[in-house]
Design a protein around this ligand. Sequence first.
Ligand code: SF4
Length: 171
Amino acid sequence: MIGQLLPVLIILIILLLTLSYYLLRKSVPEPGSKKIYSDLSSGGRVMVSKRYGISGKPDMIMRKGKSIVPFEYKSTDADRPRSGHLLQMAAYFLILEENYPGMRIDHGILEYRRRKFRVDNSQDLKRKLLQTVQEMRMSNGSGQRNHNNPGKCFRCSFKDSCLQNLITAKR
Ligand code: SF4
């Protein structure tokens, strides 16, 4: 009987170890920081910037004093931050500035499978984001979507501005 259960137990232990490694990898060893939001283990709420008409769900938000840091985890690898992910982080900056007035949002952390990057909340990145949002609105849906993945649109910060949004199109 034990012999029959052994392979199942070994698989369960491996699964548990893998899961705990995955969750621990996402913990933040920043002393004095406090997690104020997480979308990792339970559904976080969608955060919105009414002013700019964008929305998003960071994977995690940490606070230390007057400073707030959004975290975004990606299951893929990358040698440098991908442009779409930088815009996603820029969207989080705007959303957080509106939702946490008086707080400082200097940077965010973009973490791929093996590398993580600090993304500065720069004027240049903000300008690129606002230009992208503006182009989406101006294109009036004529821009070409390059995928058929509703899940991607569901998580996209620009879905409220994008007329090619697969979620809205299905309503
Ligand atoms: S809503 Fe969908 S189609 Fe529009 S920009 Fe986002 S991911 Fe692309």
